[in-house]
Design a protein around this ligand. Structure first.
Ligand code: DUC
Ligand code: ZN
Ligand code: ZN
Length: 456
């Protein structure tokens, strides 16, 4: 036996209990009471919580975007992930016109083989319907474990937008194959009209990033997507939900049995659009933008009621000099913020303070993402699954500073945020990769996660 983790409190999505965990060959062998079992390594987890490694199903690593390139590559992004208890990272490579899905993904896979510090998977963002050939390619991609695809309903000028015709065809094919279609839901034409209007009035501060993409811009697209899911009876996963009106439309549809899945991110739970009035407002520019307090409260309610399915990050940080391009013109600010190292600790902090349960934090950050995206070896501490394990000290206080993060960016929207309770160790398939503030793994430790199709 390689390792025994003794005397900890194991957290599952359905309960918490004192138990020991046996690990061998990177897998969880058994959970129970093992007084007399000897293992090569013994870890005393007395006073600690033993959690499944989290899964971040929404990141943009080394992503060229809006003139910049996201500041975390595959090495630093996945290194930061494990230092925050996230052991599997999903990236969103974007198809360039004419590229096949395999070309898009294989290019990234090659980099990850050498660089990844966590396990990794891909959702391919489809931008070129290629006369319908993409539908055939989806079949092969699913066989290779790429069981989800993304449609941007925005970023028209960037050449990344999927129109409604493409979206519905991908949804129908996704349903047939057991593949999920993820959407970034905002209305591009409304954004253009509002952006033009404010620019023509000389209103170009970061506040107008929010004003040109307010609640109803997101809600329109959310409702459109829910409409397609309802009438096609085809699953849809809405990424980074940030507005109350769209959220309520999703929840109504869910209650009627429509296969709509909802993700939100910590930035929408913590901040409101007021951040765009701050001196450093440009650093908070992401799309969709943070909304008003009513939306923030509605998101928290749905998080605690069990109605939101996943909390992910949309991790896409840019360096200060890139954010500064738009100091006086919000249209020039590359969209995106950091979060890959902060999400699990943030949701666990919410649990530690009693806002949600620990079980719910684990469900949102680990077990639901695994279930929805077909990672059968991940997401819970269960015999037979990968030994992706986080030890969490509920009494350790931690304040986020750029200096104690493990990314390559030079500022963070989470600066100064205080957490009560923090991860102290992360094991990736049984190997210690994070230990009390230090990254102790090596790039290349990460494996590709081949996913199963999920029929819904
Ligand atoms: N939104 C962001 O803020 N950044 C990356 C892509 C996205 O949709
Ligand atoms: Zn997006
Ligand atoms: Zn994104």
């Amino acid at each position: 036996m390689d390792m025994i983790i003794k005397n900890g409190t194991v957290v599952s999505p359905t309960g918490m209990y004192k138990a020991d965990i046996l690990v061998d060959n990177g897998k969880i062998m058994a959970i129970g009471s093992f007084e007399n079992v000897k293992a090569e390594k013994e870890v005393d987890a007395r006073g600690l919580y033993v959690l499944p490694g989290a899964i971040d199903v929404h990141t943009h690593l080394a992503a060229p975007f809006q003139g910049g390139i996201s500041a975390d590559g595959y090495m630093s992004g996945t290194r930061a992930a494990v230092c925050g208890g996230t052991t599997t990272v999903f990236d969103y490579p974007v198809q360039h016109k004419g590229q096949t899905i395999h070309e898009v993904v294989n290019e990234k896979k090659e980099i990850c083989e050498k660089e990844a510090c966590s396990d990794y998977a891909f959702h391919c963002a489809i931008t070129d319907f290629n006369g319908g050939e993409i539908l055939d390619e989806m079949e092969d991609a699913v066989k290779d474990g790429i069981a989800s695809f993304k449609c941007y309903l925005v970023y028209k000028k960037e050449g990344q937008m999927a129109d409604d015709g493409m979206l519905v065809q991908l949804m129908m094919k996704g349903k047939e194959l057991g593949a999920m279609i993820n959407v970034h839901a905002e209305n591009p034409d409304l954004i253009d009209v509002l952006t033009e209007k404010y620019a023509s009035e000389g209103k170009l501060s970061p506040w107008y990033h929010y004003m040109s993409r307010p609640e109803f811009v997101e809600a329109e697209a959310d409702k459109r997507v829910v409409h397609w899911a309802t009438h096609l009876d085809a699953p849809i996963y809405i990424v980074h939900m940030a507005d109350k009106e769209g959220l309520l439309a999703c929840l109504r549809a869910k209650a009627e049995g429509v296969p709509v899945f909802v993700e939100t991110c910590p930035q929408y739970l913590e901040f409101t659009c007021d951040v765009y009035k701050r001196e450093d407002g440009r650093n908070f520019v992401c799309s969709p933008p943070m909304k008003g307090e009513e939306s923030r409260q509605a998101l928290w309610k749905a998080v605690s009621d069990g109605m939101i399915d996943v909390v992910a990050t949309d991790h896409c940080p840019f360096m200060s000099y890139e954010k500064d391009w738009g100091k006086n013109d919000f249209r020039k600010i590359p969209n995106g913020c950091a979060g890959i190292e902060n999400r699990y600790p943030y949701m666990l902090d919410a649990a530690n303070r009693g806002r949600i349960s620990f079980e719910r934090a684990v469900e949102l950050c680990a077990s639901n993402p695994a279930k929805i995206f077909g990672c059968s070896n991940k997401g819970t501490l269960t015999p037979g699954k990968d030994a992706d394990i986080v030890l969490y000290d509920p009494d350790l206080d931690f304040t986020v500073h750029i200096e104690n993060m493990h990314s390559d960016y030079d500022h963070t929207i989470w600066e100064g945020i205080q957490m009560h309770g923090y991860p102290v160790q992360t094991y990736l398939r049984g190997k210690l990769v994070y230990d009390h503030g230090e990254y102790v793994g090596k790039p290349g430790d990460g494996n590709y996660v081949k996913r199963d199709p999920v029929m819904r």
